[in-house]
Design a protein around this ligand. Structure first.
Ligand code: ADP
Ligand code: ZN
Ligand code: ZN
Length: 802
């Protein structure tokens, strides 16, 4: 008799492998991998949840009669398919996390613990037993008090026949928005048709609607939009017993806008040179990774759309990932316009219920194209033919909590599994990806020109270190003059206030000097508590200087300004300007982001002033001026990728100007006019930046020449965090190869968050066979320490050092 291998929801090192459970006879035919179950666990036989990850034949070591039996099933159909089961195994090893965390990460929130699973019969109810069990109840909880195992097995059968559905509800959620819907009760439509008078057009229309979709609840709000159907007509049907009124969760789709179907554009020769090899790889089922390096406005999206079409033509599916999708509604609209209802969207703006609806459509094979942010990389598409990562350099592709995966890695794993290509697209590829293309591990495709040979906008750099010539420290004369003439021409402006990071850097107002670590070439962070400047990579520290070490000026200051203050200043400078502000405060409400952008698109405002969120993907033809108020704040971060991020941001935002016929102009205000990231952004020369930055990374020993890993230790008492990090340091020093470099421990740049103290150790290595086993050991140790209030996090490829 086979037994089941179960990963239990007890995230510890000791339980990080499958346990064997006996399968009760009544569940034998239903049990399969990917189902969730409840099992007795531990000496006290506590009931815990788990995932069935495999079925095993009996072996001598585990005779079935010695095994504890599975208590019950939690699902009627598998929630994780075979591919994702395998992926979870790989992911757990790769990210030093528990397999249960990886499995849970793949599921929509509603399917996790604090939600209740219910079963509902699909009308019209035919099965006698079903009718009896549910009587007049719409749904019942799928648990032990309502169903025995034998009954659950029966429900599983009925689910397969489409006679029952599974729902997930938030337990005790107070204010779920609901609305009225009607459920069809009619079995014989032609008989009902004869009972309706010829001139009762409303009734006929409703009957027609019900016949079209006899199995789905139809929302009254939607139905009454159909000519003739009124609330009175619906009531007539309800009175006759033809429909039953129910309440359903309100469904609001922020992208539910009128669709403007569009057609594939004839490709430019550059685009054609990119599309041809990608389509060939799709046809030949090659898991090639393409790096599509295309300047802003070069038509990367059309390349995505036409390669997606190729996958669809072959009856395969496509997954398109974008950074924080709520930030690029324009992109979503473009995909929807091309592919319509075949598209499912997964993004953070959806409610959990809406996300689950989309997930279920995908899992059922009803969506052929999925567009989504990071976690959508786990979308259970069974027939993947193409995976796209747009803006592949974007840091939001890295998950900062357990499991700390990079979307790009998961995408490539899945592509190999499905034998399909991956397209990494960007105007400013990450150094890692560009270096892999250089080595031939990725295939490089370039789009060096804008569509229609549009010029890239001219970029002007304004030196802000001479404040007397400017209006305060945010607006230069040059920018204000350009703003005025742009507004006079009735054209629009995008203004970026760079707010990356936080304001604790020493910056000389006179010469632009930023105090840096002598060993690491990373700016030092000011610590007011200890009155020191610290390096967060190597621990170097020095007193806070009273004057600039370079020019001896005493004009040293913090840097950082809010968007609100910027808006006020701007309004004072140009009173007639209509300004729209976009930042975390103005976009907190659902749909606000979209609303601001469409207001701007409809030219209800002259200036869009915002943070990083305005830099990406926006395509407004009337924008001819882009201004960056402060290019430097990102540059001064204690992160070896600071220059890269600054270059990326400036290039992206500059690309928002002059995208249509009118020529664009860009003004970048900076305290570091000589910095290579700013100079090369001015020239919009990614390739030159890549070479320069590669040299510097080589000299400093950072990625992509070295791999990095990061261990973070945190505790409520600072001493505990420090002590534990030194214990870990010892372990690392004893085990790692001589060529591996260990930096730290040091307090993290943000040393205390919510009263926890953070310490970090950075490991730099090229090749070290001892690294994985050593980190796994630390993962195991971290278990015991958790009890003492310590937390240890391992990140095998960190992108955030704050
Ligand atoms: P990117 O994503 O590379 O910044 P987009 O995909 O936004 O560039 O393309 C820029 C503009 O060019 C868009 O308005 C798009 O509709 C248009 N475009 C793209 N490809 C073509 C083409 N082959 N013919 C005509 N217009 C195109
Ligand atoms: Zn100075
Ligand atoms: Zn240092």
């Amino acid at each position: 008799m086979p037994s089941a291998a179960v990963i239990v929801d007890v995230p510890t090192m000791q339980t990080n492998f499958p346990y064997s459970y006996a399968i009760p006879p009544e569940l034998q035919s239903q049990l399969q991998p990917g189902l969730r179950v409840v099992v007795p666990f531990g000496a006290g036989n506590r009931q815990v949840e788990g995932f069935v990850v495999g079925l095993q034949d009996d072996d001598a070591k585990h005779p079935t009669d010695e095994l504890k039996p599975i208590t019950r099933l939690m699902d009627l159909t598998p929630v994780v398919n075979q591919e994702l089961l395998e992926l979870s195994d790989w992911l757990a090893q790769r990210t030093y996390s528990f397999r249960i965390s990886c499995l849970l990460t793949m599921l929509p929130n509603v399917m996790k613990a604090k939600y209740q699973t219910t079963v509902a019969p699909v009308p019209p109810v035919q099965d006698q037993w079903l009718a009896k069990v549910f009587a007049d109840q719409q749904e019942l909880p799928l648990d032990q008090t309502h169903f025995t195992n034998r009954e659950v097995a029966r429900l599983t059968e009925l689910r397969k026949q489409g006679q029952v559905e599974v729902h997930y509800h938030v337990k005790n959620q107070a204010k779920r928005k609901t609305e009225v819907a009607v459920v069809n009760q009619i079995t014989d439509f032609s008989r009902c048709a004869t009972e309706i008078r010829k001139n009762a057009t409303g009734q006929q229309a409703l009957l027609h609607q019900l016949e079209q979709q006899p199995k789905t609840p139809l929302r009254q709000r939607e139905l009454t939009k159909v000519p003739g159907i009124s609330a009175a007509v619906i009531k007539t049907f309800a009175d006759r017993g033809w429909v039953r009124k129910v309440t359903v969760e309100q469904y609001r789709n922020p992208y539910d806008q009128p669709r403007h179907p569009d057609q594939p554009q004839p490709l430019t020769p550059d685009q054609q040179r990119a599309v041809t090899p990608i389509n060939k790889a799709i046809r030949d089922q090659q898991s090639t990774v393409f790096l599509l390096e295309g300047v802003t406005g070069s038509g990367k999206t059309e390349v995505y759309l036409q390669t997606i079409q190729q996958a669809l033509n072959q009856d395969e599916q496509a997954l398109m990932l974008v950074p924080e999708i709520a930030l690029t509604p324009q992109m979503v609209t473009r995909v929807k316009n091309r592919f319509g209802d075949q598209v499912a969207i997964l993004h953070s703006g959806l409610s959990n219920g809406e996300k689950y609806d989309e997930w279920r459509r995908i899992n059922a094979g009803a969506a052929q194209v999925v567009v989504g942010a990071r976690s959508a990389v786990f979308a259970p598409l069974p027939k993947l033919g193409l995976i796209i990562l747009d803006e592949e350099h974007d840091p939001s592709y890295k998950q900062s909590d357990n499991p700390r995966y990079h979307t790009r890695d998961v995408a490539i794993w899945r592509a190999q599994y499905h034998h399909c290509p991956v397209v990494l697209g960007s105007a400013t590829p990450s150094l890692e990806s560009r270096a892999r293309a250089e080595k031939g591990r990725y295939q490089l495709l370039q789009l060096p020109h804008r569509i229609n040979q549009q010029q890239l906008p001219a970029i002007q750099i304004v030196d802000m270190t001479a404040p007397s010539e400017h209006y305060g420290d945010l607006f230069s004369q040059e920018l204000v003059t350009a703003l005025q003439s742009t507004l006079a021409r009735k054209e629009q402006v995008v203004l970026l206030l760079n707010r990356r990071g936080f304001s604790s850097f020493m910056l000389c107002r006179d010469c632009g000097y930023v105090l840096k670590c002598p060993h690491c070439d990373i700016s030092l962070t000011m610590h007011l508590d200890s009155h020191t400047m610290k390096c967060h990579y190597c621990g170097f520290e020095t007193a806070i200087p009273n004057e600039c070490p370079q020019c001896h000026s005493r004009h040293i200051r913090y840097f950082g300004t809010g968007t609100e203050k910027a808006e006020q200043q701007l309004q004072r400078l140009i009173p007639q300007a209509r300004i729209l502000r976009m930042d975390v405060d103005t976009t907190r409400k659902k749909g606000a982001h979209q609303r601001i952008l469409s207001q701007f698109g409809d030219q209800q405002a002259d200036i869009l002033l915002g943070t990083q969120m305005i830099a990406k993907g926006l395509d407004f033809p009337n924008v001819t001026l882009v201004g960056v108020l402060n290019a430097d704040t990102g540059l001064d971060l204690p992160d070896f990728r600071a220059s890269e991020r600054t270059f990326d941001l400036l290039t992206q935002v500059a690309g928002r100007a002059g995208r249509a016929e009118k020529a664009g102009q860009v003004i970048i205000q900076t305290f570091n006019p000589q910095h290579y990231a700013i100079q090369l952004a001015q020239q919009q020369d990614y390739e030159a930046f890549f070479r320069k930055e590669m040299q510097l990374r080589h000299l400093a020993g950072y990625s992509p020449y070295y791999f990095t890993a990061q261990i973070t230790v945190s505790a409520l008492v600072e001493k505990d965090a420090a002590q534990e990090s030194y214990r870990i340091l010892q372990l690392l020093q004893q085990n790692l190869a001589k060529t591996t470099e260990v930096l730290g421990p040091t307090p993290k740049p943000i040393a205390r968050i919510k009263n926890r103290y953070y310490y970090q150790i950075i490991i730099k290595y090229k090749h070290d066979e001892q690294l994985a086993p050593t980190l796994t050991r630390i993962q195991a140790i971290s278990q015991k320490e958790v009890r003492k209030g310590l937390r240890i996090a391992i990140d095998s490829d960190p992108v955030n050092f704050m």
